[in-house]
Structures are given as C-alpha cells and as structure tokens.
Ligand binder design. Structure first.
Ligand code: FES
Length: 107
C-alpha cells in the first residue's frame, strides 16, 4: 500500500452561527481515524488535523492525498468504510465524495 495522507478539518469559526467542521463533530471523526489506523498498524498513513479547508458547509471535511479525494459530512461511523475501501482498497467511498466549492465554480 502506498503512502496516504489523511487531512481532517477541525476548524471552528469565531462566529458560532457560521458552519464549521469543528462544530459538527470533526473531533470525533479525527479520533475515529486515529483508532482505526492504530488498530490496523498502518504506519504509512499520516493523519493530520487542519484549519479551514474552505468547504465549511459540507463539514466535517476529510481529504485523502495523494488521491485528492474530498469527503464531506463525514461521521465517525463512516471512518471504518473510508479506511477499508479507500485507504486499504484504493476505491474512494463515492457516497461521501464532494466537489470543493471552488471547483464547482469552474475556477
Ligand atoms: S471549517 Fe472545515 S472546511 Fe471550513
């Protein structure tokens, strides 16, 4: 299995009325990734928590590199499927994929 980098946005906005991954359970998603990666002893997968990735309405947001696959509205119960199918199996979990808002604008 090739190296993978999993980014989990954990940002919280100063204005709690604005959507953010951190206010929608991203900490639980990150913890579940940590658990699943450790359980499987996946040493060639790097997990990083990040600031805002610019897709706040779709949070919690997860990105898997080098594949450049974006996931949105990720819940802790989705993490095992992402690890099994995508990280280990190489097949993105289509039902969770999102297109970044900038890409949607055709920029
Ligand atoms: S707060 Fe996560 S993408 Fe903006």
């Amino acid at each position: 299995m090739k190296f993978k980098h999993v980014l989990v946005c954990m940002a919280r906005k100063p204005n709690p009325m604005m959507p953010s991954c951190g206010s929608k359970g991203a900490d639980q998603v990150a913890m579940k990734f940590q658990e699943e990666l450790m359980k499987r002893g996946l040493q060639n997968v790097l997990l990083s928590v990040t600031g805002c990735l610019g897709a706040c309405e779709m949070g919690p947001v997860v990105v898997v590199y080098p594949d450049g696959v974006w996931y949105g509205n990720v819940k802790p119960e989705d993490v095992e499927e992402i690890v099994e199918k995508h990280i280990l199996g190489g097949q993105p979990v289509e039902r969770l994929r999102i297109t970044h808002p900038i890409e949607q604008m055709g920029v």
